[in-house]
Design a protein around this ligand. Sequence first.
Ligand code: AMP
Length: 457
Amino acid sequence: MSFSDLGLAPELLRALTEQGYESPTPVQAQAIPFVLEGRDLLASAQTGTGKTAAFTLPLLHRLIGGEAKRTPRALVLVPTRELAAQVAESVRTYARHVRMRTAVIFGGVGMGPQTDALRRGVDIVVATPGRLLDHIGQRHIDLSGIQTLILDEADRMLDMGFIRDIRKVIAALPKQRQNLLFSATFSGDILKLAEGLLSDPARVEVAPRNTTAERVSQSVYNVDKSNKTALITHLVGTGNWRQVLVFTRTKHGANRLALQLERNGLTAAAIHGNKSQNARTRALADFKAGKVRVLVATDIAARGLDIDQLPHVINHELPNVPEDYVHRIGRTGRAGAEGEAISLVAPDERKLLRDIERLLKRKLDAGVVEGFEPDPNARAEPEEAPRRGGGRGQGASRSGGGRSQAGGRGQGSGNARPGAGRGNAASGDAAKPAGARRRRRGGRGGQSRQQGRPQGE
Ligand code: AMP
């Protein structure tokens, strides 16, 4: 099957050829004919499957064939600013050879330029719900001409608490319209939303519900919390990885880790909700350009990041919500590329791992990296280091603080010993605190006792 078999407009086919797309991905092959027919659609597709083009291409085709107006004809609702920017970028890419005006609407930046764009007239609006409602409230936008509504990553929007905003936006749309709903997972809430929104929808399912992209190889390394940063440094250094996305659970954690990796000699940047839009855009651009080797992100900030052929994803901590694991590893192995997802699991994260395995319906290969085996005498440390006084280094507030010499201070200590380790200067050995290595000797690794507080010894 080729894109021309789908009957897309020649201007779109030209743009696809220029993009180097040879054939439609499964979600595109299945969804495009339904959308071209004007049907409502319920699509199960996670990021990386080519879902953006699956709705954008037939949408553009229909808009090209329709009559241009002053008011927008299509609305794409997305959960995050990043996804908004990236969907709009995709729209502009595919619409390169046609006259189509797109506005991107999201919060965290001034309203002025968005209002100006809306005033000049647009065909397609890509928006996050909250800021769109602000514009609706201030009458900057007239939605009475919307013919197609697309909810992208609907599960994320619900997770982020947007359901009421979404309903308010829908109430401002004309009743007669086409509706497309894309979601990676299908909870009861999503199905309820779909039921109220979609009329006789076609269904497209490319990845079975809640399963992980098969092309991503997934592994687990058991490691103590205090050694995780050193292990990341080691993996990136010895593997000579050029582009790695690392997930942390908290914004603080993301900042801390980026800083520690920088100290260990890797270029790193953090991307999360507390950063300005400009800072996020810059970090992403630097990462894409290869100026930054490690991008550290929280779940929400990473949502919608479109990075072609991202080969490595590392979970610095496992997510609390098992579905987030699926979203995270969906960042690699995109559109047919091979990908690798590695999860660093401390003894006290075993339960989270079991939850994830239950969701995936399979066990993940678990092992240890030589030199980074968990200390069998360590007790499980708390999930999240208590934030005392805010902003202090992770090492300072962890329970291992009083352990032998540098060992317990762990990754934050800046205790790098260049030249001490194997291989690459930026490798984990070089970055590992001396005490950490000493402690490991004699330990079998793999298991960790839950009892006994090392700092009380
Ligand atoms: P998405 O799932 O929409 O985030 O798309 C994932 C990635 O796949 C994006 O980087 C797209 O540029 C790329 N992509 C989408 N469709 C195709 C295709 N038919 N052939 C090759 N790459 C594609």
